[in-house]
Design a protein around this ligand. Structure first.
Ligand code: SDX
Length: 386
């Protein structure tokens, strides 16, 4: 067997062959099933894009309508899931609540009929339909209120904002959320999608696959960055403080949240679109004081780190959109999770079609033939613990 070169974080190492999405990090290109993200953001909807990602083609009018109706029918979650959430501490992070709830869904539905296209479809429908309901339910429950039932007269994005705020959203706000969900739906073999694939390759149930991906997405180096960006902008506090803040972070070798990407070495095409969406919201609902800080930070980071290919990624402007939509800070990453469910499930389905369990190797750096030392002869390493 050829000894492949070890690459930290598997950088540049293909983990699969996939036809779902394509990224050109030098040119700032993102395509879902060959269609440019700019086209989908402008002309498609999140549910139509979901269908495209999962089944590989844009649906006919009848196919789309049937899919939308199925999603609408399955939006409700079992009362036991809501009762379970009532046992969660209000102070818990909504991503942990979502990971627990996604795994719990598997208790209610058949676990493994993975060869059956009908099972694949019903699983996709249930997860795409129920994840938003669970995110909104925990939000109301942790505030001491009963969650509201989904409103069947509303579209996917409208209904999420309705369940969150208990009132019908502004049409522009709902449309902008729908576009943002499309932008976040899929992104080749990112960390959470890779988690989903590894879990899927063991042929476990799809609810565990999504729970695994949610846990990975929560990390601040991945989906958790959108929440960290707003915290960072709050810490900067003013345009005048942008450069001193940046100097300090760079001196301490600390990462600037919302910047950099393993693949993009130019501004993330999704960040470009999200910046425009933020500006549309500001025009209608008033500017966000952090926007000027954000654009100044983008200029300052480009001066300092542009030569290293470090530019805004998808998480840099998304938080400003979510803030203007009235979404609480610690729900930003759960909203990213709602959007990424189609991507995770598209790779779950693709993995199953030609599965081989993931089991990489390692370069061993330990010792051999070590003696078993009786406990009375062992010196305590507590004094030298690092
Ligand atoms: C997402 O993979 C995906 O597609 C993810 C995603 C998706 O849609 O699924 O696009 C969503 O997760 C976007 C990324 C959100 N994370 C952040 O914004 C956190 C901040 N970014 C960094 O942690 C970092 O850029 C990563 C994690 C995104 C990428 O890390 P890499 O590819 O492992 O890069 P690295 O850490 O090896 O850094 C390479 C160099 C280093 O400098 P040197 O030591 O070589 O001198 O670039 C520097 C790093 O210090 N660098 C940064 C930086 N990102 C990289 N320096 C300051 N600030 C940053 N943000």
């Amino acid at each position: 067997m050829t000894a492949y070169e070890y690459r930290a974080g598997l950088e540049g190492v293909p983990a699969t062959q996939s036809s779902i999405s394509f990224v050109d990090g030098q040119k700032g290109i993102l395509e879902y099933r060959g269609i440019a993200i700019e086209e989908l953001a402008a002309k498609s909807t999140f549910l139509e894009t979901t269908y495209l990602l999962i089944w590989g083609e844009l649906p006919s009018r009848e196919e789309l309508s049937a899919f939308e109706n199925e999603i609408q029918y399955h939006r409700r979650v079992k009362y036991r899931i809501r009762d379970m959430m009532k046992c969660f501490p209000e102070s818990g992070h909504p991503m942990d609540a979502l990971q627990a709830s996604a795994a719990a869904l598997g208790l209610f539905y058949s676990r493994r009929d993975l060869e059956n296209p009908a099972y694949i479809r019903e699983t996709v429908v249930r997860l795409v339909a129920k994840i938003p309901t669970m995110v909104a339910a925990f939000q109301l429950i942790r505030k001491g209120n009963d969650p509201v039932q989904p409103n069947d007269g509303l579209s996917y994005a409208e209904n999420f904002l309705y369940m969150l705020n208990e009132k019908k959203p502004d049409p522009l706000a709902a449309r902008i959320l729908d576009i943002s969900l499309t932008l976040h739906a899929e992104h080749t073999i990112n960390a959470s999608t890779f988690s989903a694939m590894v879990t899927a390759s063991a042929l476990t149930d799809p609810y565990a696959v999504v729970a695994s991906a949610v846990g990975t997405l929560a990390g601040p180096l991945h989906g958790g960055a959108n929440e960290e960006v707003i915290t960072m902008l709050e810490a900067i506090g003013s345009v005048e403080n942008v450069r001193p803040y940046l100097e300090d972070r760079l001196e301490r070798k600390a990462k600037i949240m919302g910047f950099g990407h393993r693949v993009y070495k130019v501004k993330d095409p999704r960040a470009i679109i999200l910046q425009d969406l933020a500006e549309q919201l500001f025009e209608k609902f008033g500017r966000d004081k952090y926007y000027d800080i954000a654009t100044e930070l983008e200029r300052a980071v480009e001066e300092k780190l542009g030569n290293k290919g470090i530019y805004p990624n998808v998480d840099f402007y998304s938080g400003l959109v979510y803030r203007k939509l009235g979404i609480p800070l610690d729900l930003f990453t759960p909203v990213f999770a709602i959007a990424r469910v189609p991507g995770w499930l598209a790779h779950w389905k693709e993995q199953l079609a030609e599965n081989r369990i993931f089991r990489p190797t390692q370069i061993y750096t330990g010792v051999h033939d070590a003696p078993y030392i009786p406990i009375e002869e062992r010196r305590s390493s507590m004094t030298t613990m690092e």
